[in-house]
Design a protein around this ligand. Structure first.
Ligand SMILES: [Zn+2]
Length: 514
């Protein structure tokens, strides 16, 4: 009888020791956890939407629905992109897969940048969830959007009631889960606001642990200048006592080349004084913006297109507008460095301003004015130096971002380009540093508590790429080409890219601030 008793217990013991069921096992990879600079040879078990275990465990203790052999490949947390214009596409059924970002290894995108967001957040969420989304989404609330919604638009000094209405709307957005406020102080209508207005809004964020993110007032020498614009961000952080973040940090144009040293010194001094200030950057020497924003003098833009048309019909103001355009073309490095990447007339595409003006037999300023009056054109503007790009990139507080929008290859290539060019070719940074500044650090900036790191109980957002073939393929002539080398993307524990192919599953979640 005793014998049977022991046998029974032995069987129960063996049964309880049988393999535990999990959803995905990732074996034999070179694993960067997002926090440590060095890699480890460890395995990862995923159950549901979370990482169950990561370590040197014996894989026979798990029985997985899917086993991925990652031998010779890099395993990393999914990248987090702090600045995108993906919101425009996430709400469209045919584009909500977000593949341009996903194939760069991005599993979470921040949206609502540069002061423009889908309003209100609750509607944005509804639109995203109606179609399903290919990556996770973090929503910010746009300052320009709030100005429009509060009826302030391009007024410089809104009255008390309008200002309060705007603050109420921001509060509402934060209650609905917004992660913070974005501004586009270079663009209309944000450009019409004072620093005090922005500070009073940023103070609302304090109540919700929100972040202030800014396309700063002037990245060049248009108005207050680059250094004063960085000082403005620091002042907002000091006064409102909230974390501040400079989007797509750069020195735009010959007038401000090599200012990166001064900016780094300013930021580090502010950090020592207790301001939480960080930045993001895309790894290209060309920026992208509207031809109008780049070249038409600010004073001539006020009141919109009709006012501009009226001004250029009068010969005296036309002369002044053309003088301003000439200065701005020079500021951006000349007509050859301005390339049309999105235009109402496809014959203009990928041509530079000098070439177009030669064929029209007009001056470059006259040509630019004619093009602006014809309709919307976006340009790539080659206006940065390698010195400044690499100087910013080497700072611990500068994370990777794409600023992905239509026409610039950065929408399809930023993260793999940084890996290919600055990790592999130029060896400016280690692979571990690149991953830290594309995952865990960005999660920390946006106060994401359970993403961006490979750790038990964290959400399973994981990518696996081939270190030899992971690269950008989008160029300025051909900007719509997906990156190569991403073999797997797992989002919220589910496989979105399997052996290099999109699974057609929309596994992203709409994230709200907790
Ligand atoms: Zn921007």
């Amino acid at each position: 009888m005793k014998k049977f008793f022991y046998l029974f217990f032995a069987l129960v013991f063996l049964a309880s020791c049988g393999p535990q069921k999990v959803d995905v096992l990732i074996l034999n990879g070179t694993v960067y956890n997002g926090v440590d600079e060095e890699s480890k040879s460890v395995n990862i078990a995923i159950k549901g939407d979370q990482i169950l275990e990561i370590g040197e465990f014996d894989n026979s203790k798990f029985e997985a629905t899917k086993v991925i052999d990652a031998k010779g490949q890099i395993v990393s947390p999914g990248f987090i992109d702090p600045h995108t214009h993906a919101d425009r596409e996430l709400v469209l059924q045919e584009a909500s897969h977000n593949k341009p970002f996903l194939f760069q290894g991005i599993t979470t995108v921040v949206t609502g940048n540069d002061g423009e967001s889908v309003y209100p957040i609750s509607r944005f969420k509804e639109l995203c969830l109606a179609n399903g989304i290919g990556t996770n989404v973090i929503p910010l609330t746009g300052h320009g959007t709030l100005r429009d919604e509060s009826g302030i638009k391009t007024q410089t000094n809104p009255d008390e009631a309008a200002l309060n209405l705007m603050k109420e709307k921001l509060k509402q957005e934060m209650e609905e889960g917004s992660f913070g406020l974005s501004t586009g102080l270079f663009y209309s209508p944000g450009s019409f606001s004072t620093t005090d207005e922005v500070i009073s809004l940023a103070k609302v964020l304090k109540l919700y642990n929100g972040i202030y993110d800014s396309h700063i007032r002037d990245e060049s020498s248009y108005t207050v200048g680059l250094l004063k614009s960085v000082a403005e961000v620091i002042e907002i952080g000091e006064e409102a006592k909230v974390p501040v973040h400079i989007s797509h940090i750069k020195c735009l144009g010959a007038d401000v080349w090599r200012y990166s040293d001064s900016i780094i010194a300013m930021v580090e001094k502010a950090q020592l004084e207790g301001v939480q200030i960080t930045a993001n950057q895309y790894p290209y020497r060309a920026s992208a913006t509207g031809l109008k924003s780049a070249l038409i003098p600010k004073w001539a833009q006020s009141g919109g297109m009709d006012s501009l048309r009226y001004r250029v019909e009068k010969s005296t103001t036309r002369k002044k507008v053309l003088e301003g355009i000439t200065k701005n073309i020079k500021r951006r490095g000349g007509g050859k460095s301005l390339v049309m990447i999105k235009a109402y007339d496809k014959n203009l595409l990928f041509k530079d301003l000098t070439t177009i003006s030669d064929s029209l037999k007009l001056s470059e300023a006259e040509t630019a004015l004619k093009l602006v009056l014809g309709g919307f054109i976006r340009i790539a503007s080659f206006n940065m130096t390698d010195y400044d790009v690499e100087n910013f990139m080497s700072q611990d507080w500068v994370v990777t971002g794409s600023d992905g929008n239509t026409g610039h290859p950065r929408k399809y290539g930023s993260f793999p380009k940084k890996y290919r060019e600055y990790v592999q070719e130029k060896k400016l940074m280690s692979l571990g540093k690149f991953i830290q500044n594309s995952t865990a650090k960005t999660a920390e900036i946006f106060n994401l508590k359970n993403r961006g790191v490979l750790k038990p109980n964290y959400k399973a957002d994981i990518i696996i790429f081939d270190p030899n073939t992971f690269k950008d393929r989008a160029t300025f002539d051909n900007p719509f080409v997906l990156a190569s080398g991403l073999n797997y993307a797992i989002i919220n524990g589910k496989v979105s890219v399997d052996n290099g192919k999109f699974t057609d599953q929309l596994n992203g979640e709409f994230l709200t601030r907790d």
